[in-house]
Write a protein that binds this ligand. Structure first.
Ligand code: PAF
Length: 287
């Protein structure tokens, strides 16, 4: 299947001239099978007559100073191949100037931005100041430019998915947000564009992250604290894992319920690479 590459808003508009059920998959490129799964899920929803746009844009405003914006992998040719194989129709790969009206990164903070709900300042937002303001701003811009009926995001970035769902609800965007289950390596490590930064020994340490989450799930019937201890016992086995947080929350990321469906989320640095993961779980035993 061939894919149309659009680099400007005009090229994008020209390739979307006819009215079709449209889904968008937003990415920062460096595509892997997790992204391909988002595209395949979108194709299942929109059918063969529908249109799938993949945005491929490394968004400067979601990186804090000193983060990996400059070294973030940029692999457009390979990304186009992934999009074609997974069944996308259009890859929208704009420049910073096309999205923000300027390529002067130092001025972007003075532009109008989208303020997240208080959840945007917890967890990832506490460790990465301004991150979710940048994410929501670019997601809103890309929604505006691609005008989709549906937008697909991975559950791997569960807090991002929750905040985008809130934004679309609160700002009344006429777009359905669809979350797609995380794709994992055979040892359970969640696929991520940043996994390619890991050395061989860091990669081995990283496999303890999904193991810790599974330990939390297994101890869920004993309640929140016992479940968290079970997870901490796994990550503390390896001194090269620098844990940022391991928490259990309600499905909307408010405080954990005493019992019932919940989400466990983890963030840790392995070497210089920050890794995130989360899983659905049940808390508390039967009454
Ligand atoms: O999840 C990502 O890759 C990015 O945060 C997103 C949603 C494409 C916005 O830049």
């Amino acid at each position: 299947m061939s894919v149309v590459l659009a680099s400007s808003r005009d090229e994008l508009a020209a390739s979307c001239a006819d009215r079709r059920l449209t889904a968008v998959v937003m990415t920062m490129g460096a595509l892997h099978d997790g992204h391909a799964e988002l595209i395949r899920a979108a194709r299942r929803r929109v059918g063969s007559e529908g249109r799938i746009i993949v945005t491929d844009f490394v968004n400067p405003t979601q990186f804090a100073p000193g983060e990996d914006f400059d070294r973030y992998p940029r692999t457009l040719d390979a990304d186009i191949d992934v999009c074609a194989a997974a069944g996308a129709d259009i890859v929208f790969a704009p420049s910073v100037e096309e999205v923000y009206g300027t390529s002067d990164l130092s001025t972007l903070g003075t532009q109008v931005q989208i303020e997240p709900s208080p959840l945007g300042f917890e967890l990832e937002g506490a460790s990465r100041p301004g991150h979710f303001r940048g994410v929501l701003t670019v997601v809103a811009k890309l929604m505006h430019l691609t005008a989709p009926d549906l937008a697909f995001f991975g559950e791997k970035d569960y807090q991002q998915l929750t905040l985008i769902t809130q934004m679309v609800r609160d700002l009344r965007f006429p777009i359905e947000i669809v979350g797609v289950e995380t794709v994992r390596e055979s040892d359970g490590l969640a696929l991520s564009s940043r996994n390619r930064y890991l050395s061989e020994s860091e990669r081995a340490s990283a496999s303890l992250i999904p193991q810790a989450l599974r330990a939390v799930l297994a101890a869920g019937a004993q309640g929140e604290q016992a479940a968290l201890f079970a997870g901490l016992a796994i990550v503390s086995q390896d001194s090269s894992i620098d844990l940022d947080y391991l928490v259990i929350r309600d499905l909307d990321l408010s405080a954990a319920p005493e019992r019932g469906s919940a989400r466990v989320l983890i963030a840790a640095r392995v070497g210089s690479t920050r890794l995130l993961d989360n899983m659905a779980m049940e808390l508390g035993g039967t009454r």
